[in-house]
Design a protein around this ligand. Structure first.
Ligand SMILES: Nc1ncnc2c1ncn2[C@@H]1O[C@H](COP(=O)(O)OP(=O)(O)O)[C@@H](O)[C@H]1O
Ligand SMILES: [Mg+2]
Length: 394
């Protein structure tokens, strides 16, 4: 579960990571009052669970309370960043920054351990830094049984070439950040930037935390951090209300399959085929499970097609207990149902049926001759066709 910055910074502060004071505001008036109370210039920050807010205009300096209210109004009046609507802003006293550093701890699945990452060249996104100046990034593996030792923290600070006069301060922040990571059972804690002020003090000006949902039962206090209904993706909410196993992603090919494993593989082959089509990607995960009734198929198609970025749909079904002819009947009935609801299927749907009664299923679809439907014989060819349709629209 990703936290908002305002939640993440509080969690880090509890473990002793130095953060500036801040006030959360729901409306421009609250932002004005906060700026007035802080006195002096403030930074108004959009609260969205995505990075790159600075570049998107979601982090703005205000020299007066009026200006702070103005920025809050602009952000709360419908600004979206990477598709995330801004519903609250954080007002923070502006720091004078003489340098920006980067620190993080994460569960590194590739190396099956915890990894610390540090750089004396923070401020920009780590992916960007890794691409531009990989030599500026230092990493260390952390033994989960021993945790981060001071010796390892100092070695990491030296490898990242922090200036000598901040080494002690940065090492102290690393140790506290590790405490937060371990105690909260996080998958990621990231401070970018850790800012150095002219006096030599260091301060976490931005915080990103992902906590491990699987450990939630051990953290009753995390329950209040869970996303509020109004912040949930509207399509995911609709899907949940219909008991569909749907997760929205950010691509263009809608995916429906039966069985979580098959759907995950389908996402992979679509991403693979899409890479050759200018970066077309899957738009969602949707597992319709064993039952592929017309009702379930119609609900699934309806939710997928309600996503405006979807340009083609791939239905990938391996018939087992639910035979492919039943799925095909479900698809045909779903088209009729959607038509009757005034929401006819208006984008191409590639269907791949295999396994139990696949032949009969394909015959049903051929005979129904639905203009939007195209049959594919293999998973790879189906993914290639869906990616092509999403890229070219025909
Ligand atoms: N309190 C602050 N005072 C001064 N500058 C800030 C403050 N908070 C953020 N900034 C500046 O804005 C940049 C982007 O803000 P940040 O919180 O890191 O958002 P994001 O990473 O989403 O772009 C920072 O790198 C920093 O230069
Ligand atoms: Mg940042």
């Amino acid at each position: 579960m990703d936290l908002f910055e305002y939640q993440a910074r509080t969690l880090l502060a509890v473990h002793g990571v130095p953060v500036p004071p801040a006030a959360l505001a729901d409306n421009p008036e609250e932002a004005r009052i906060a700026a007035d109370l802080f006195g002096g210039p403030v930074v108004v920050k959009a609260q969205v669970r995505t990075g790159g807010r600075g570049k998107a205009g979601g982090v703005r300096l205000a020299s007066t309370p009026d200006e702070a209210a103005g920025h809050a109004e602009a952000m709360l009046g419908g600004m979206t960043i990477n598709g995330h609507r801004v519903r609250r802003v954080l007002v923070v006293p502006a720091s004078e920054i003489s340098a920006e550093y980067y620190l993080s701890f994460l569960l590194d699945r590739a190396s099956r351990t915890f990894t610390a990452v540090a750089s004396a060249e923070g401020g920009v996104e780590i992916e960007q830094l890794a691409a531009d100046r990989p030599e500026s990034i230092a990493r260390a593996r952390i033994d989960p049984r021993r945790g981060l030792t001071e010796a390892t923290a100092r070695k990491l600070a030296a490898a990242a070439r922090f200036p000598d006069d901040v080494t002690d301060a940065v090492t102290g922040v690393m140790l506290r950040l590790w405490d937060a990571f371990a105690a909260e059972e996080a998958l990621l804690v990231e401070v970018n930037p850790l800012a150095r002020e002219p006096g030599g003090r260091v301060l976490a000006l931005d915080a990103k935390v992902t906590i491990d949902g699987n450990a939630r039962f051990r953290h009753a206090d995390h329950r209040s951090l869970a996303s509020r209904q109004d912040e949930e993706d509207p399509l995911e909410r609709r899907a949940r209300e219909r008991q569909l196993n749907y997760v929205r992603l950010d691509g263009q090919v809608g995916v429906i399959g039966n069985g979580a494993g098959l759907v995950m593989s389908t996402l992979d082959v679509v991403a693979d085929a899409g890479a050759a089509r200018g970066g077309v990607r899957p738009a969602n995960f949707l597992d319709i499970g064993g039952g592929a009734s017309a009702e379930v198929m119609a609900s699934g198609l309806e939710i997928i097609l309600a996503d405006p970025s979807v340009r083609s749909v791939l239905v990938n079904v391996f018939g087992g207990i639910t035979a492919c002819d039943a799925v095909a009947d479900g698809i045909v009935a779903a088209f009729t149902l959607l038509e009757a609801r005034g929401e006819p299927v208006d984008r191409p749907v590639v269907v791949r049926l295999d396994g139990n009664s696949a032949e009969r299923g394909r015959r049903i679809l051929t005979e129904a001759s639905l203009p939007a439907v195209r049959l594919a014989s293999t998973m790879d060819s189906a993914a290639a066709e869906a990616a092509r349709l999403a890229a070219t629209g025909a």
